[in-house]
Design a protein around this ligand. Structure first.
Ligand SMILES: [Zn+2]
Length: 476
């Protein structure tokens, strides 16, 4: 019996607003505990929430990018549960009427593309953080994060493998970052992912019992946890057992999942409309206005790069993986219309330095203009490609102009015909046997002469010019 894997995803994206969802406290990460709090996010009696307009804009723009419908009369609900990091005893979320629903996103899959349906995207506030770092019996609570805005994006169970999940997550993160609504930082918890996974006998229409996975904070862990669950559930089913509907935690050290709790149902949360917040009546004009602020998104931009610049799909994928990198590439190509050459340099030398120094492309010490200056120096024969590659790290580190650095280091190629002709004359005079061989038809000997001239010039002769002059002078 073979089994089919069915995976759906819930992603919590922390929206990059300056202030929280229902109060004016800041959202900066890493500040001392409980310094970003007020009566509203502390859940004090008598305090009232006020919705953050920017968070609503970000949710709508994300919904538009994911081809969702925006619900004009979406509303907030209270999701009731008790936990020490939730001072009100309920989380303000959206239940029956989410702000966005029924969308889709295209992901690369098996050399082609596939649509993953988005069931809904809704706004909700984050909880605080319990700290169990005291070592003893004490735990502490930090409420700086309580009330920060999250957009929960839920897919239909449309993914069939950990690879598709990986492709979905990467594309979704790229989209959120293109929109500048989320910084995409998984380690800091700005993007959290909860896959649900079930298995069913191949060909069966009804879905199997699903297990939800929590506590996963990197792309690799998502993949590892899913692989583990596929193996575990397959074993259970093959042995004639039953998969329990439950929530399991991924244990990074043991590399396995363990039961956290049996799955709660929606009615456990006793959802009801939040009486402190009116339904949002979204103005259609406002939505239209926001539509115009949705940038060209990574998938579309990748396709355009392939057709417009005639570069390979792989290159286009790497270059459009972030908006600043794609902008950098296009800025270079507008100054130096040889896209494949630019692509090689951006993906190779530039990305290597950017990654090593953890710098975003828009802050690169080598600006698009400077990189193009370097490429022009190679093109006009001032320096060789080899020298250009060698000096790039120094160019990046020093922030100097390529021309200046090359002069300082005396790296210009010898492209002066007079000087090269003199060297060639000497080499010809010193090697009469090889000259005779060449003239009797052994063209391969030319390489020997090129080598000798390069040696005489200490590697600085312009190879193309040496070739040309050698052929001319040997023919005389
Ligand atoms: Zn507050």
């Amino acid at each position: 019996m073979s089994y089919e894997v069915v995976i759906g995803l819930e992603v919590h994206a922390q929206l990059q607003t300056k202030t929280k969802l229902f109060c004016r406290c800041g959202t900066e990460f890493g500040l001392p505990p409980n310094t970003q709090t007020c009566p509203v996010c502390l859940g004090m009696p008598g305090s009232l929430p006020v919705i953050n307009r920017t968070a609503v804009e970000m949710a709508i723009r994300t919904g538009l990018a994911l081809h969702c419908n925006t619900l004009n009369d979406n509303r907030f609900a209270r999701k009731n549960y008790f936990y020490p990091d939730l001072p009100k005893g309920y989380q303000i979320s959206q239940y029956e009427a989410p702000i966005c629903e029924n969308g889709w996103m295209e992901i690369p899959s098996n050399g082609s593309t596939k649509r993953v349906r988005i069931r809904r995207a809704h706004l909700e506030e984050d909880a605080g953080k319990n700290l169990h770092d005291g070592g003893g019996t004490e735990s502490r609570v930090d409420l700086n994060r309580a009330g920060t805005p999250l957009l929960e994006i839920v897919t239909e169970p449309d993914m069939k493998s950990p690879e598709e999940v990986d492709a979905y997550l990467k594309r979704l993160r790229d989209v959120l970052m293109y929109l500048e609504v989320c910084d995409g930082n998984m380690e800091q918890g700005s993007l959290r992912c909860e896959p649900n996974i079930s298995l069913r006998p191949a060909g069966q229409a009804t879905l199997g019992t699903k297990v939800e996975l929590k506590n996963i904070n990197s792309f690799r862990f998502v993949s590892d946890a899913l692989q583990y669950e596929i193996a575990r559930q397959t074993t259970v089913l093959k042995e004639g057992g039953k998969v329990n509907q439950e929530t399991r935690l991924w244990d990074v050290d043991k590399e396995q999942t363990a039961v956290m709790r049996s799955k709660e149902e929606a009615h456990d949360y006793r959802y009801f409309p939040d009486p402190d917040l009116l339904p949002m009546n979204l103005d259609q004009e406002w939505i239209e206005e926001l539509k115009s602020t949705v940038p060209e998104l990574p998938g579309v931009r990748q396709k355009r790069f392939i057709t417009e610049y005639q570069i390979p799909e792989y290159d286009a994928g790497v270059l459009t993986s972030s908006r600043p990198l794609a902008d950098y590439f296009e800025a270079c190509v507008s100054l130096f219309p040889n896209p494949k050459t630019v692509s090689n340099w951006v993906m190779g030398e530039l990305l290597r330095e950017l990654n090593a120094s953890e710098t975003s492309p828009e802050l690169s010490p080598v600006s698009p203009q400077r990189l193009v200056n370097l490429l022009q120096l190679v093109e006009n024969g001032t320096i060789s490609l080899k020298v250009a590659r060698e000096i790039f790290p120094e160019l990046y580190g020093s922030g100097k102009d390529p021309q200046e650095l090359i002069q300082e280091k005396g790296l210009s190629q010898i492209s002066d015909e007079g000087a090269l002709s003199k060297m060639i004359q000497d080499v010809i005079a010193q090697n009469p046997n090889q000259v005779a061989q060449y003239r009797s038809g052994k063209d391969a000997v030319l390489g020997f002469f090129v080598g000798q001239v390069m040696k005489a010039s200490k590697g600085k002769a312009n190879p193309a010019l040496v070739n040309e002059l050698l052929k001319k002078q040997l023919a005389e």
